[in-house]
Design a protein around this ligand. Sequence first.
Ligand SMILES: [Zn+2]
Length: 244
Amino acid sequence: MNTTIKDRQLELLISLQKIDKEIKIFNQQKEKIPEEIESERQGVEKINSEINQLNGKIEQAKKERRSKELETQSKTDLLNNTKGKLPNVKTNKEYSAVLQEIENLKSKIGSLEEEEIKLMENIEECQKEYEQKLKEKEEEEKKYLEVKKIKEGELGNLNKHLEKELNHRKELATKIESKWFKYYEKVMDARDGLAVVKIEKNTCCGCHRSLRPQLSIEIRQNDSIIKCPYCSRFLFSEQMIGVG
Ligand SMILES: [Zn+2]
């Protein structure tokens, strides 16, 4: 390996690293898409559950109202019966007892009717809210479908870019010496996606530790690729190759 070949290999490794960075970003963006779609779907689900709850509330109030109606009807029947007793009453005592019963029934019917009105108002209020929620649901569903469509489009684009980058990567990999390629992959894995770094002012730009001054010269003149003695990353200096 002479220095020119070494420089060329380093250039390829740097290109490979750039591609791997792109691939990582595309994959991160891809991962977010299902979450973004899911979050919109949950918005629709939340409204659906609110609608179901309101529906339950309305049904319950209607049931209570029917039961109050029946009770009012039965008390009204009883009232009419009691009123019918009046002409046949024999004593004053009996008369006042029947009158008292009539008063009691009237008062009971009065409060039952008030309760019915309250229930009706409650039903009306819930129904208004229900209509409002139905509209919201429609909007939310529309939004969800739009977002889903956009996000799926984005996913398609990302997959295209990704495929391109992966093909590019494959092509590059064939040009890199197998031992360097293997080493590169190992370091990428262990060193957080950064395997080829600059040496600047005798410092490794990967681990930021000071290197002996002689190393800068060796990096340029040595036939082989030099690695950082601390973090094991490939080192290059800007002067040796036209990369940065
Ligand atoms: Zn280092």
